[in-house]
Design a protein around this ligand. Structure first.
Ligand SMILES: Cc1cc2nc3c(=O)[nH]c(=O)nc-3n(C[C@H](O)[C@H](O)[C@H](O)COP(=O)(O)OP(=O)(O)OC[C@H]3O[C@@H](n4cnc5c(N)ncnc54)[C@H](O)[C@@H]3O)c2cc1C
Length: 818
């Protein structure tokens, strides 16, 4: 024992006694893992938790996130029974209103998604909204949603109740202890240093709220978050406001309301937030607030007076201005850090920590115990970020925009505008000069499309957007002539060593033990047989492989591969993303274009599909990989970064007579969906197997070394229900509507699935979707043919034709990674 009676060792040390740390402790202990010490530098809930407004809204951006909050609501409603401590949970429901037609369309889309996820929701008129929330002015409203399962809770009581539950199951919770350092050996956790002595530990969980970035740095782990001021007021009593009043959200006015002691809590998410804590978060910031800032609050107050005119005659009892931490993409950070083994994070809750804590705490506890997430958590996985995302200047500039995203219109292809441009390919200026309109992925600026007019910007909307025709032209050129995509953002991982082949082959579902010069498309599967990634493995030499994987996957795939390499294996992985650009030359005329700038033989016999060769190209020497993500003849040219501009210029010049064009990611998306190629994190998730995805061809059950996930996949082969879930392509029968993804899919009028990704298929002449069906029987071609299919687009149903094989298949080409 050390200091004030702390143990000198524990299996789990949790840093932070806010709602998240207490939830992790509670769930770990409930799983029977009770050798836990939770350390709080002040008192429980003294950081951000104590001053939260306590709204708990269920619907989130992905089904997995929604499910976690649904679990939170269930837990919060039952916890008092278990612990004897009230949580203040009240299932008062929520009303969300729309001031504009676009917002109403968005709410209708939300309602369809909610139903697909089993969340109760009703679309209501402005009058019905006022019946539920009588003090509201509704003249300017178009309508709203009623979600009866939403509620509110008391954050401090909830935290105490979780803490009591954790203690009852065996956890120790100690207040007034500050962790001052994190101890590691060989990049693995060995303990923590505190202001009261050292504790050895197997696992450390960083739930330090807005201090979590600094705590991460104690052991070299990136926890990219930044604080911003976040405000609400509490009014005096208002006639007509009673404890049963639902929560009200008015996102067009950036505001929310809930009842408190007969008055209203009114707060919101202003479009431009005020970052805080640039010089570090004070250590003793316990139960403290920041000064009132009525200037910053003005935009919220004005909108509140429009919605609740009575507030003009009502006094303000309290002004709460508390800092909260926000992440670069408004989703929280969960999971084991790639930098340090057994160092887990649950932080950066973007003003959703009270709603999320129940589900996130359970998910993190399961992840710790199982060694891997037990469900698809990619949206919050800390491995979606890299080193550069932890840059404080970048975080500061990005956070100004992030807070407002809560209520900003979630346009289907909305790009964040702040802290850009960030990562640029050598072609950035050239493409910009050709009217490229850029999007951002993993920090990379990528051309989404090439506008017809200089200076054109994306005009967002739920229907066709202003780039429809420009993308149509790129799409047509890829199908009928030739295009160049700058895909330099692909992550590239070099795997070398005497054991590189045997190690990779055990991790990949496909057989990568092929002759040098061959390229293999394969999935990486988890122990449940679900996708952790899909990627292309280029065998360059007997002991050297280049992996090309999705732009967002560099950190996560590196982590997955390294974790699965055997400890003593002679294998070395290096992220070489920044050394190579990728220019994809795609289209029927690609061979002619490439032939005119290389002396290499590009004939089908000399250079078949699925092979890679080093070729001369102008003055450069590049790797040419015969692969396609668009379903046309083409080569991905992997070019040393400093040769990129020269290669690009040579290709454009040579392609002129063949009608070559630049093409962007919107065209790429339409081409791949039309071709039925699946993409990681859209159709391919940790919960979907290759059999369900229709990618059985990319699995080698016969290879002698087996592969991670094989047993689960074999078991699912004999499970009669396994193929009740399937990825299926659907094409709308009308050529007019635009699908974006997230829409629900109906079979004979009942919702049985969700659109995972969608785009307008310019070759097929209609919107095309890749959907996930969760049917009550095996999804076969007959089943699809026998039933009637519709897609719910903001409340309107459109007939769709289903396909197990794409209707656009002139070459029968195989997919590759995104
Ligand atoms: C004004 C406002 C309104 C909000 N309203 C809502 C809402 O309506 N609904 C909702 O879901 N969310 C809301 N939130 C967000 C919510 O409050 C947070 O997401 C949540 O409280 C975060 O909990 P946490 O446990 O991660 O962080 P915290 O509560 O900050 O807990 C972290 C703890 O770690 C401790 N700690 C830090 N460093 C160390 C160390 N080195 N050693 C030991 N201990 C350490 C700190 O003292 C702190 O107590 C609101 C936030 C604000 C600011």
């Amino acid at each position: 024992m050390v200091g004030t009676g702390l143990p000198d060792r524990a299996q789990y040390v949790i840093i932070g006694g806010g709602i998240v740390g207490c939830s992790v402790a509670y769930h770990l202990a409930r799983l029977g893992h009770t050798d836990i010490v939770l350390l709080e530098q002040g008192q429980l809930s003294c950081g951000t938790t104590w001053h939260a407004a306590g709204l708990v809204g269920q619907l989130r951006s992905t089904p997995a996130m929604t499910n976690l909050i649904r679990y939170s609501t269930q837990l919060y409603s039952e916890l008092e029974k278990e612990t004897g401590l009230a949580t203040g949970w009240m299932q008062c429901g929520s009303v969300t209103v729309a001031r504009s037609d676009d917002r109403m369309t968005m709410l209708l889309r939300t309602a369809a998604a909610a139903r697909a996820q089993g969340v109760d929701v009703d679309v209501i008129t402005p009058g019905e909204a006022r019946d539920k929330w009588p003090v509201m002015q509704v003249d300017d409203l178009k309508g709203g949603l009623w979600m009866p399962g939403d509620g509110k809770a008391n954050p401090t009581d909830l935290t105490q109740s979780l803490a009591k539950g954790a203690r009852r199951h065996g956890a120790r919770i100690v207040e007034g202890i500050q962790v001052t350092d994190i101890l590691t050996e060989n990049n693995q956790i060995s303990g923590v240093e505190t202001d009261h002595g050292r504790i050895e530990a197997e696992v450390v969980v960083n739930c330090a709220g807005q201090w979590a970035r600094r705590v991460g740095r104690m052991c070299g782990a990136n926890v990219p978050l930044h604080s911003a001021e976040h405000m609400y007021i509490v009014t005096e009593q208002i006639e007509g406001v009673n404890p049963d009043l639902p929560v009200l959200r008015d996102p067009d006015g950036y505001i929310y309301f809930k009842e408190e002691t007969g008055g209203l809590v009114m707060g919101g998410f202003e479009p431009e937030a005020k970052p805080w804590g640039m010089n570090g978060i004070p250590e003793n910031f316990f139960f403290q607030l920041l000064p009132d800032d009525w200037d910053q609050f003005e935009i919220l107050m004005e909108n509140a007076l429009t919605r609740v005119p009575q507030m003009a005659q009502t006094g303000v009892r309290e002004f709460y201005n508390g800092p909260e931490s926000f992440t670069p993409d408004n989703n929280y950070l969960l999971g084991e850090t790639p930098e340090v083994k057994n160092f887990f994070v649950g932080a950066g809750f973007n003003s959703m920590g009270i709603a999320s804590a129940g589900g996130a705490g359970r998910a993190l506890a399961e992840w710790i115990v199982e060694g891997a997430p037990t469900m698809d958590l990619f949206a919050v996985d800390i491995r979606r970020f890299a080193d550069f995302n932890n840059n404080p200047t970048w975080l500061h500039d990005r956070v100004k925009e992030v807070l407002g995203l809560h209520y900003a219109m979630p346009w289907p292809n909305r790009e964040l505008d702040s802290a850009r441009p960030f990562r640029r390919s050598p072609l950035y200026d050239r493409l910009a000069a050709k009217n490229a309109v850029f999007g951002s992925k993993m920090g990379w600026e990528r051309a989404n499309y090439f506008a017809f007019e200089e200076g054109e910007k994306t005009e967002y909307g739920f229907g066709r957007q202003n780039w429809h025709e420009a993308v149509g032209a790129e799409h047509k050129a890829a199908r009928e002539a030739v295009v160049v995509f700058d895909q330099s953002s692909f992550a590239k991982l070099l795997v070398q060593g005497k054991d590189a082949c045997s190690q990779l082959n055990r991790i990949c579902a496909g057989n990568i033990d092929v002759a040098p010069g061959r390229t293999v498309y394969t999935g990486l599967l988890n122990n449940r047989g679900g996708f952790e990634s899909d990627l292309t493995v280029l065998r360059l030499k007997l002991d050297e492989f280049l992996i090309i994987t999705g732009s967002a996957q560099a950190v996560r795939d590196t982590d997955w591969l390294r974790k699965n390499f055997e400890p003593d294996a002679h294998v070395f992985l290096t992220d070489v993303t920044s050394s190579w650009s990728v220019l994809s030359l795609m289209g029927p005329a690609s061979r002619k274009v490439l032939a005119s700038v290389t002396q290499s033989d590009l004939s089908n016999d000399a250079f078949p599909f699925g092979t890679v060769q080093k070729i001369d190209l102008g003055y450069a020497t590049v790797l040419a990989n015969r692969m396609t993500y668009v379903g046309e003849l083409g080569w991905e040219l992997i070019v040393p970064v400093e040769f990129t501009v020269g290669v690009y210029e040579d290709l454009m010049q040579a392609g002129e007579q063949h009608g070559i064009r630049d093409a962007g990611y919107y065209a790429l998306e339409g081409l791949r969906i039309e071709k039925g190629f699946r993409a990681w994190s859209r159709e391919l998730t940790p919960d979907i197997t290759p059999l369900q995805a229709g990618l059985g061809f990319a699995v080698d059950f016969e290879k002698p070394c087996g592969f991670v996930g094989k047993e689960a996949l074999l078991a699912s082969k004999s499970d009669p229900k396994h193929l009740n879930t399937r990825i299926v392509q659907m094409v709308l029968q009308s050529g007019l509507p635009q699908l974006w993804g997230g829409e629900s899919v109906l079979c004979n009028g009942s919702v049985i699935g969700e659109v995972r990704s969608a785009a307008y298929g310019h070759t097929l002449g209609a919107a095309v979707a890749l959907v996930q069906l969760n049917a009550s029987r095996k999804v076969t071609a007959e089943y699809l043919a026998e039933n009637s299919w519709e897609i719910d687009l903001a409340g309107e149903r459109h007939k769709a034709s289903p396909y197990l094989r794409t209707p656009y298949d002139p070459h029968g080409a195989r997919p590759r990674s995104s």
